[in-house]
Design a protein around this ligand. Structure first.
Ligand SMILES: Nc1nc2c(c(=O)[nH]1)N[C@H]1C(S)=C(S)[C@@H](COP(=O)(O)OP(=O)(O)OC[C@H]3O[C@@H](n4cnc5c(=O)[nH]c(N)nc54)[C@H](O)[C@@H]3O)O[C@H]1N2
Ligand SMILES: Nc1nc2c(c(=O)[nH]1)N[C@H]1C(S)=C(S)[C@@H](COP(=O)(O)OP(=O)(O)OC[C@H]3O[C@@H](n4cnc5c(=O)[nH]c(N)nc54)[C@H](O)[C@@H]3O)O[C@H]1N2
Ligand SMILES: [Mo]
Length: 872
């Protein structure tokens, strides 16, 4: 079938999890995507039709805008479909033989040969059946929970587990790699014990918090926030417009961060440079100034706070003999004490709110629960929930009420036909942060690996007090990995350790389904080629565009690239083969599909989406391709953030044991009485629980810099790293003397001079866990003593495993493996120690001739063909 010239709508956000955003009009000519452009709402609606929301402040007006606000990542997305990095057809690792030698030790090194879908699904079904029979299905580890293309019927992640739910007596009989609350580890493991909720806005809607901030705040603290960058992932450019708006109406913007990020560069009134992950020291000193100078809301504290005296006891130094003075803090955080004092006095005398996207590096560093808790304490000392005193998020999230802009009248949901991972308590699971540890077989039934909590977002606070173990008493350890999220090595805590783990002989089969030949995909035994969203039909509920909710009918834009299929279709093919084994596999395909085709799923999904069908009929949806829904009536009358709690904490308690802001956490005191790192009262922690990542640490002699590893501006984590239009931007890649595009490392001019580093040099970031290369960018935008390289670069491994070397600049390979702290199984991927030195590229080329000769497209980077050794 030839797909004719036309325009189709696609959501081009990269959040995944069924949450659409960034709707683009995709123009198709001669069967190819030629252009992506914003959707103009005014082709179908007037602002009145949509009951347009507005902020009117001091003679200025903010309106949502009548076209979608696409970021560069979305505008350039067609390049991903046509990337030379696409997996062209099913592949098998040449030296992996399911009937003979499996060679786990050569994962990552082996080439791949072309096989057919038929052969691939035969092998896969046979392995699933055999492993299930020999060990039980709980020895199959499902990695199916990342961000990514937002697909609903074709669900990008987790289809594998949906299928396995239909096998055996009860759903859930497999091992899940549980999705961490990685975006906000600190809020989850820390702040939740102070204010009972997890992320901002979870308890009280924040629909009109930005309105209130606009009207009432003197300043907004961007405490590790870059709304010119990270909303791009799935919210578009609305937050950028809001920063201009704050300037227009005179709301001051103060940035606290080690780097001058893109928002800071354009909008900031002030920058307070701070060493990575030392925010807790800075915050304690602010509290010290307020306590000693009487600059806090004593009445509010008396009525809204539990355990203030414990906090005061610690801050003033009565507990450990060390008052947390600005001078004490300045040695740790690198902010001069006079600046801390001036800042604390300004804050103590003005109405100040704090803005985040998700938190910034310190929220994913060791002991991240401490700065997160301290932030809520500081807000509490200034009357959190009163006019102009809030915490708010620029990034919209899937929960109703967490969106920082007014809600729509209709809140569509397509969960009924979503073939993907859902947040919820998995039955059998390991935390994603502990996957390498689990695999290497260090743990046995007698000596199991243990942790607390389901480690999944949006669980109740009490969940963190439940203890779990691996292997479970009646289950075998892991023997197979099935991944549709193959970026562990470049996104999680200690990629080199992961590479070593998956080469363990206990892993008999490693299956990956993915559109692109990159990262963990290169460790797999079988690779299935997956279609991008352009190649599929789907239906989407856009609930975080920051304008209006809408529902989108996504027609197929182009034919499949190569032999790819949608993730759901791929799993369906496996189900068909498994059926042939009969018994518990009988009727599997029918059960998985519920007897519906994809077209029928789309129509059925719409019929149960909570959109009133008489007003918005399906046929009209197909014709117009979307419906936008009007803003909720009287949205201005909703309470603002924690306004109700601020007014009356007894009538509107928080979900903490005391119902108040717990500066002393009753839950932590009761359940972890011996935990000195996450004790009941937030503290400054120098080193503990396997982390020595301070400039005061002995390791700092060899690795003297703290690394900032932000969310990439020109990617979403591991995604988009092959887009030529972005890669040619100088802050996206640095061209080395060998012509290769290296991942930038920002170095302060003073450090660069001392180390003899210049713009364009290739340098090596290293610690005892290994090394990654990067291209030097000398800039005042990073403070002295700190290096910055974005996270998520595509790996190009020169040497695998512990002590390894990566040319791609995937610094997660050398992140700490230990979790946030002993009882908090969060990820630590930021603010860790590294050294830097100039690298001699020609020397490396001689040492790694094969790697340097890999098929490389000067514009897009590594090619899939680099790994394919035999064509059938
Ligand atoms: N150093 C450092 N590390 C970090 C962080 C940090 O700040 N610094 N942040 C952390 C945070 S908050 C997060 S959320 C994680 C991100 O971690 P992930 O959510 O795991 O990362 P992504 O790269 O967004 O996507 C996951 C994978 O899905 C793939 N994918 C995309 N679309 C599809 C599809 O349609 N089908 C299939 N099969 N695959 C698809 C992508 O190519 C990628 O390999 O990283 C964490 N790691
Ligand atoms: N373009 C793009 N958009 C994305 C993503 C992406 O990868 N790319 N990822 C998405 C995801 S999953 C998430 S969770 C969010 C993440 O959103 P955030 O958590 O807000 O993003 P980060 O880049 O980790 O940090 C934001 C800023 O914090 C500052 N910072 C870094 N370390 C520290 C520190 O130790 N202390 C202080 N005070 N500041 C620090 C830096 O200036 C940085 O720019 O973004 C989402 N959107
Ligand atoms: Mo995230």
């Amino acid at each position: 079938m030839k797909i004719k010239d036309r325009t189709v709508l696609k959501n081009l956000g990269s959040c995944g999890f069924g949450g659409a955003s960034n709707t683009g009009c995709v123009d198709v000519l001669d069967g190819k995507v030629v252009r992506i452009r914003p959707l103009h709402y005014d082709e179908h609606y007037t602002p009145e039709d949509l009951n347009e929301w507005r902020y009117e402040v001091r003679g200025h007006t903010f309106r949502p805008g009548m076209k979608t606000l696409l970021p560069p990542l979305s505008l350039a997305y067609k390049k991903r479909a046509y990337s030379p990095n696409r997996v062209p057809y099913p592949l098998k690792r040449v030296d992996w033989d399911p009937a003979g030698d499996r060679n786990p030790q050569t994962r990552g090194l082996s080439g791949y040969e072309r096989i057919s879908w038929d052969e691939a699904t035969d092998i896969i079904a046979a392995e699933i059946e055999r492993i299930g029979r020999e060990y039980g299905r709980r020895s199959i580890l499902i990695q199916g929970e990342g961000h990514g293309e937002t697909k609903v019927v074709s669900g990008a992640h987790g289809c594998s587990s949906l299928m396995l739910d239909y096998v055996g007596e009860e759903p859930g009989d497999y091992l899940i790699q549980a999705r961490q609350p990685d975006s906000w580890e600190g809020w989850y493991w820390g702040a939740k014990h102070v204010w009972g909720m997890e992320t901002h806005g979870q308890q009280n809607p924040q629909d009109n918090v930005i309105k209130d901030v606009s009207e009432n705040s003197d300043a907004v603290l961007f405490w590790g926030a870059d709304p010119e960058t990270t909303p791009w992932g799935w919210g578009g450019l609305q937050p950028s417009r809001l920063c201009y708006w704050f300037t227009e109406i005179g709301v001051k913007q103060i940035h606290i961060a080690p780097d001058v990020n893109y928002t800071n560069a354009v909008h900031a009134d002030k920058w307070i440079p701070i060493l990575p992950n030392t925010d807790a020291a800075f915050q304690l000193a602010v509290a010290y100034v307020w306590m000693t100078e009487g600059l806090y809301d004593k009445e509010y504290v008396a009525t809204h706070v539990e355990g203030f005296d414990w906090f005061e006891y610690y801050v003033l130094g009565h507990e450990d003999g060390i008052p947390k003075t600005p001078r004490w803090a300045s040695e740790k955080c690198g902010v001069p004490s006079y600046r801390i004092k001036a800042f604390a006095r300004y804050w103590g005398k003005h109405r100040v709110s704090i803005a985040h996207c998700n938190g910034g590096g310190y929220i994913r560093s060791c002991f991240s629960h401490e700065p997160a808790r301290l932030e809520v304490c500081l807000l509490g000392m200034q009357g959190l929930g009163k006019p102009g005193v809030h915490q708010f998020k620029f990034i919209e999230w899937v929960l109703q009420g967490v969106n920082p802009v007014p809600p729509s009248e209709i809140y569509p949901t397509l969960m009924g036909v979503y073939h993907g991972w859902r947040m919820g308590a998995p039955k059998h699971f390991i935390p994603k942060t502990m996957t390498p540890d689990a695999i290497v077989g260090r743990y046995t039934h007698e000596n199991p690996m243990t942790w607390f909590g389901h480690v999944v977002c949006f669980m109740r606070r009490e969940d963190q007090f439940l203890k779990f173990q691996y292997p479970e008493p009646d289950a075998h350890p892991i023997h197979m990995i099935w991944s549709d999220t193959p970026c562990w090595e470049t996104c999680w805590n200690g990629g080199n350790a992961y590479q070593d783990a998956v080469r363990d002989e206990s892993i008999e089969f490693y299956l990956v389904q993915h559109p692109w030949m990159e990262n963990d995909t290169l460790l797999a035994d079988i690779v299935l080629p997956v279609s991008t969203l352009f190649e599929l039909k789907d239906i989407q509920a856009d609930i975080f565009s920051g304008q209006w909710n809408k529902i989108i009918y996504e027609d197929q834009a182009i034919e499949s690239v190569g032999e790819s299929k949608g993730d759901y279709e791929a799993v369906c093919e496996i189900a068909k083969k498994l059926e042939l084994y009969g018994g518990e596999y009988e009727g599997l395909y029918e059960k998985l599909t519920c007897g519906r085709t994809i077209d029928e799923d789309i129509e059925y999904g719409y019929s149960i989406s909570e959109v009133p069908l008489d007003e918005y009929p399906f046929e009209k949806l197909k014709e117009q391709q979307y419906f936008a829904f009007p803003t909720k009536k009287d949205w201005e009358k909703d309470p603002v953030g924690l306004e109700l709690f601020a007014r009356d904490p007894v009538a509107h308690p928080l979900r903490t044991p005391s119902g108040k802001l717990e500066f002393y956490s009753i839950g932590l005191a009761e359940h972890f009485p011996d935990d000195k790192v996450r004790g009941p009262v937030p503290h400054w922690i120098e080193e503990a629980d396997g982390h020595e990542e301070r400039i005061s640490s002995a390791r700092a002699k060899d690795y003297p810099f703290l690394l900032v590893s932000n969310h990439p501006r020109w990617r979403v984590h591991a995604q988009h790293d092959d887009i030529p239009w972005l890669r040619e931007i100088p802050t996206c890649k640095v061209r080395g003397s060998d012509g290769y595009l290296y991942e930038p490392i920002w170095v302060n001019p003073a450090d660069a001079e001392r180390l003899g580093l210049a713009d364009g040099d290739v340098a090596k970031l290293f610690n005892e866990r290994g090394a990654v290369l990067g291209g030097v960018l000398v800039t005042e935008r990073i403070m002295q003593g700190v290096l910055y390289q974005d996270h998520g670069a595509r790996t190009d491994i020169l040497e695998y495993g512990a002590g390894g070397l990566d040319r791609g600049g995937a610094n997660n390979l050398i992140c700490p493996s230990a979790t946030t702290s002993k009882n908090a199984a969060g990820e630590v991927t930021n603010g860790f120690l590294v050294g830097i030195e100039k690298a001699d590229v020609s020397e490396l080329a001689k040492r790694y001739p094969e790697a340097f000769a890999r098929d490389y497209d000067a514009a897009a980077g590594l090619c899939a063909s680099a790994r394919i050794v035999k064509e059938a």
